[in-house]
Design a protein around this ligand. Structure first.
Ligand code: HEM
Length: 390
């Protein structure tokens, strides 16, 4: 690791966190915490200046890190810095046509183009690829609620990854293989873990702190001329692999394909490859439906099909929780009380809240195989299988 890289990383883990935390405490005690103009200007100036001084030698160096992990880490640190500048309104994509931070942008784009990801911080930077030092991972602030949020995002992601990896092994052996039952069982247990973590996050996270002091770091920002949407906990492959392998979502559904297309560069390159591989696999649902007429009475079918349906139900519960508990409690409800001026870009993905909600509800309903008149879900196909189980 070069000296400028080390210096920047040390700063991101120390002063950066302290400055952001001081600003959050100043904003949070105001009558309107969303009104941050003119608040803590001296701290904002230090944040800007110290960060720029540390980025300058890095930008000069360019992407000289030969190892993927090291380059990805620098990109993450840069991204955390830019997201914080965005959060404190030291940049705003609506008011600019190009990022005012040219050195940061150039370095971010250089690294991103060489490793094949978006040139901003992504979820992996704060979760699966967030290196702990003495038990502490990177974060924007030292607020307990941010720690909780990052930890539980990571726990959820890890559990989804276990489920996705188990399901990925099934198509090559076929759903009638005795070992498919073990893999389906693993996937079900992992999804039950997601439910457990989601519930803990729902119970423990403070709404006001999340909405006012954590969520704003996930806004879109500009790198060079382009605006990149914020990171969200869904930017990993296995969530989609579960959707696709269970047959609940389809790669040829234009709406769903658009989601995949849009998110792929927010994923780690390994995840990108894994998702691409999955797109050419046959959904387990389709295999079971094909085999049903000749095999429904056989014990393997009864066992594995039952387990398959239990995995679908477990996935449905995670989807329902995400939308009906987490999104509703921590985004939708607190947005009701927010001044119209501040509502813009409340979502990490950028679109206005109502259109984001439509799109998230559609995903929820696909994952729940809910009956919907306007879109095709797997509802009827799952009902066909359910009717065969005795
Ligand atoms: C306080 C907790 C959470 C809230 C308020 C929340 C909210 C949101 C929102 C609003 C989006 C849409 C994109 C955006 O604008 O950011 C989203 C996307 C997503 N989130 Fe969460 N989220 C939370 C926690 C989690 C956790 C713990 C997971 C588990 C890994 C998760 C998984 C996803 C996924 C997979 C997506 C992409 C869309 C999808 O495929 O469903 N979220 N989240």
């Amino acid at each position: 690791m070069s000296v400028p890289t080390k210096n920047f990383d040390r700063w991101i883990r120390t002063s950066f966190v302290e400055l952001n935390t001081e600003l959050e405490e100043l904003y949070f005690c105001r009558d309107d915490p969303a009104q941050i103009d003119g608040v803590g200007d001296n701290i904002k100036a230090v944040l800007l200046k110290e960060g720029q001084a540390l980025v300058a030698p890095l930008a000069e160096e360019g992407n000289t890190e030969k190892q993927f992990d090291a380059a990805f880490d620098v990109l993450g640190n840069l991204g955390l810095y830019l997201a914080s500048l965005r959060r404190h309104e030291l940049t705003n994509p609506d008011l600019e046509t190009e990022s005012p931070y040219k050195a940061c942008s150039a370095l971010g784009m250089h690294i991103a183009a060489s490793i094949g990801v978006v040139p901003r911080f992504a979820t992996a930077h704060l979760t699966t690829h967030n290196k702990a030092i003495s038990g502490v991972q990177k974060s924007f602030t030292s607020l307990d609620d941010e720690r909780l949020f990052i930890d539980y995002n990571l726990y959820g992601i890890l559990a989804f990854k276990r489920a996705g990896m188990a399901l990925m092994r099934i198509p090559s052996m076929g759903v009638s293989a005795p070992a498919a039952a073990i893999l389906l069982d693993d996937a079900k247990a992992a999804l039950e873990q997601v439910t457990h973590h989601n519930k803990a996050l729902f119970d423990r996270l403070n709404v006001a702190r999340f909405f006012s002091c954590i969520r704003p770091y996930y806004k879109p920002y500009r790198v060079g001329k382009e605006v990149y949407r914020g990171a969200n906990a869904g930017d990993f492959a296995e969530i989609n692999q579960i959707d696709l392998l269970l047959g609940l979502c389809r790669g040829n559904d234009p709406h769903y394909a658009q989601i995949l297309e849009e998110k792929i560069l927010f994923m780690m390159p390994d995840d990108q490859a894994s998702l691409r591989k999955c797109l050419s696999m046959r959904p387990i649902l389709d295999e079971l439906l094909d085999l049903a007429p000749a095999n429904a009475m056989q014990s393997w079918f009864q066992k594995n099909c039952r387990l398959f349906l239990e995995v679908c139900d477990a996935h449905a519960r995670t989807a329902s929780q995400h939308q009906n508990m987490l999104v509703r409690k921590f985004i939708q409800k607190p947005s009701d009380g927010v001044d119209e001026r501040h509502l813009k870009q409340i979502t990490a993905s950028g679109p206005p809240l109502p259109s984001l909600m439509d799109s998230l509800e559609r995903l929820r309903d696909l994952r729940m195989a809910a009956p919907r008149g306007d879109i095709e879900t797997a509802h009827e196909k799952l009902e066909t299988l359910r009717a065969l189980i005795r």
